[in-house]
Design a protein around this ligand. Structure first.
Ligand SMILES: [Zn+2]
Length: 682
């Protein structure tokens, strides 16, 4: 029998390293498994103590005890998931497969715990008499709702049916994803040198590699991966091949046979409608939107409908120009969906001829990091001091102490910028520890992970515009974590609804291209001179290009998602419903939905963005409207406005309803005008 782990002494759970971090030098891969088991057991005992407490439920002995419970589990989890993303290996990956189901069983047992719910329910029913402060009341209501949405108030038969629906939905979601993957894997169009004239080098080499992987070395493959399909339809001079690729791409998941997703979608929509009814919601969208900023399908439409109209107008006028280009190029075919990207690229090259590589020497990683810090100091008064020689999960990760304006310590910021084989792709923010005041309180320890190419020793790392934007974006999320001022852990930092969480990050991106910031930080790596104004202007102008097409293809998908889920029942033939919905919307036949139903993984390969695809655009509305507030004052660092932004958005976490927070910052709800202007739609 393995010796029991002492949670009170283990470096994974007692963080006694420098600056209050865990002592990473004493943590081995072999430690996780035993500590997880011990921490799960300890948390179970805590839950049992709360639910079995003979005393009358109080905020203290029930809600606070629940929120503060599981500290050891939080500690080991946060380090483990950091390692799993940022510096993994086979041992960590094997553990992941073992730990994920254990964790989901553990937390679903808590949400099904009837005695625990009874205590929460008792507090909830007495909530008015308890005279709670607003944040505590909100946490109580959210906790109660989460239990209810997990079926806590259903009778035994209802609970059983809900569990069956959830299980069936989860396996249908997996089928959906696997069918899609199979369709994408099995289709390829093999081409030879003569077929690929005019394609850019990066695409040729990706197509050569794709062909080789499919046993056709020396040839080139068009595949249905977006990273090949999109550039191919953008650059290929061969209209016949573009048409073949277009048809294959838009028919993914709808090719008959074992991998066809039509019936999967029909069954999922039925089960979702049934689940909503069981939990007493008018529709599945109503259930999913209940705890978001939008709240109702009507509010989502209030946003999407005007955008849709403008996007249709813009796309129609763009199409006339593209058609002209096609005619000039000698095409006498009717302009079709497989022509759009191709001629749009020709137009882009004509209007905004500039090379990304002209910009790169001005975007040095260290300077852009300084720019992130500098903007945070100007807006929010916090500053950053780097500490050398602190052990973390990897030697590349850097450690900064975050200080308040008065010099006191606010928390820590860790950042790990370079790609390596042990890191998964992408960029993200997470917390080793979130910041809150409840109990003994906790100071935030926030980190950012990036995947920039590591330069040779002694050279400066240079970024593309997109990478510099990503750095600002993730740093915006990090600020949401670092500036948090809430009492309750469950509403700290980024614990906000799906359609609100991208506001702090997308808003922060705006300051990257503020003239004063570029002048100070976008300095040429050799000459030290700032980016010339002509280059800045081109970079900014290129941003709105092609917005008609992009907005139509996106918004069509968001509207169809909402149409499926906002009805009380489910369509018998989803694909006919999709076609009818698009017809009602006047969808142009020269543009396809960004995701058609049979391959709309966001909403069917799992539940993540069902009735939620709109939220990408919702966040964009928020960030454009919020930045417009600064523009309206004529001062992009307006101190009074920055303070309202800090207090109501970056510091408030999920402590209040997001609508209330936004209005407290802005004085009104956001309107889509600023976003449409930013996209060039007005
Ligand atoms: Zn984000």
């Amino acid at each position: 029998m393995p010796s029991a782990v002492d949670l009170a002494a283990h470096p994974l759970t007692t963080w006694q390293g420098p600056l209050g971090l865990p002592d990473f030098t004493r943590i081995g891969d072999g430690d996780f498994s035993g500590v997880f088991d011990a921490a799960l057991t300890a948390h179970e005992a805590e839950i049992e103590a709360i639910s079995g407490n003979a005393e009358t439920p109080t905020i203290e002995n029930t809600l606070a005890a629940l929120e503060l419970g599981g500290e050891a589990l939080d500690h080991v989890s946060s380090i483990f998931w950091c390692r799993a993303g940022a510096h993994t290996n086979e041992a960590i990956q094997a553990l992941e497969r073992d730990i994920s189901p254990k964790m989901s069983r553990h937390f679903s047992a808590i949400s099904m715990n009837e005695r625990l719910f009874a205590r929460i329910d008792e507090l909830y029913q007495r909530r008015d008499a308890l005279k709670l402060d607003a944040e505590t009341l909100r946490v109580l209501e959210k906790t109660w709702k989460n239990f209810v949405r997990s079926g806590a108030r259903l009778d035994a038969a209802g609970k059983k049916r809900l569990a069956a629906i959830n299980e069936e939905l989860s396996s249908l979601g997996t089928n959906f994803g696997q069918n899609l993957l199979a369709d994408e894997r099995d289709w390829a169009l093999f081409l030879d040198e003569a077929d690929i004239a005019g394609l850019p080098e990066f695409l040729k080499s990706a197509m050569a590699e794709a062909a080789e992987m499919r046993g056709q070395k020396g040839r080139y493959a068009v595949t249905l991966s977006r990273s090949i399909y999109e550039p191919f339809s953008t650059f290929s001079e061969r209209r016949d091949l573009r048409e073949i690729a277009f048809r294959a791409f838009t028919m993914r998941g709808q090719n008959g046979g074992a991998t066809d997703n039509t019936a999967v979608v029909r069954d999922m929509l039925r089960l979702r409608a049934e689940k909503a009814k069981l939990l007493a919601y008018a529709s599945y969208a109503a259930l999913k939107l209940d705890d978001t900023m939008a709240k109702t399908p009507e509010a989502v439409h209030k946003l999407l409908d005007p955008v849709w109209e403008k996007a249709l107008e813009k796309a129609a006028s763009d199409q006339i120009e593209l058609h002209r280009l096609a005619a000039e190029a000698g095409s006498n075919e009717e302009f079709a969906a497989w022509d759009w990207r191709f001629y749009q690229e020709k137009l882009r090259a004509e209007k905004f001829a500039f090379d990304e590589s002209e910009l790169k020497p001005y975007l040095q990683l260290d300077r852009i990091i300084d720019a992130c810090f500098d903007v945070a100091t100007k807006l929010f008064g916090i500053s950053f001091e780097e500490k050398q020689g602190i052990a973390t999960w990897h030697p590349d990760a850097r450690v900064f102490i975050v200080r308040n304006a008065d010099g006191s310590e606010r928390g820590l910021f860790l950042a790990d910028y370079f790609a390596r084989p042990s890191k998964r792709s992408g960029a993200w923010m997470s917390a080793l520890k979130s910041g809150y005041k409840l109990g003994d309180g906790s100071r935030p320890v926030i980190y950012n992970i990036m995947n920039f190419a590591k330069p040779p020793e002694g050279e400066a790392a240079l970024l593309s515009v997109d990478e510099a934007k990503t750095l600002f974006h993730e740093f915006g999320h990090a600020l949401h974590g670092m500036l948090t001022e809430v009492t309750w852990p469950s509403v700290a930092g980024t614990s906000v609804s799906r359609d609100f969480v991208e506001l702090p990050s997308q808003l922060y991106e705006h300051w990257l291209t503020v003239p004063a910031v570029l002048e100070k930080h976008a300095l040429h790596v050799k000459t030290g001179k700032p980016m010339p104004k002509a280059l800045v202007d081109k970079m900014l102008a290129a941003r709105t290009f092609g917005a008609g097409f992009a907005t139509v293809e996106f918004t069509a998908s968001a509207l169809v998602d909402m149409a499926y889920h906002a009805r009380p029942d489910a369509p018998d033939e989803p694909l006919r419903f999709e076609a009818e919905t698009l017809e009602r919307l006047n969808m142009p036949d020269t543009i396809a939905m960004r995701h058609r139903t049979p391959h709309f993984g966001h909403i069917f390969a799992g539940d993540g963005y069902s009735a939620g695809y709109y939220s990408y655009m919702w966040s964009e509305v928020l960030d454009a409207d919020a930045f417009a507030a600064f523009e309206e004052t004529g001062d992009l660092f307006n101190p009074a406005l920055a303070e309202r932004l800090r207090k109501n958005i970056y510091a408030a976490g999920g402590s209040k309803d997001p609508e209330e927070l936004y209005i407290a910052f802005r004085g009104k709800m956001p309107s889509p005008e600023a976003m449409m202007a930013k996209r060039g739609l007005v």
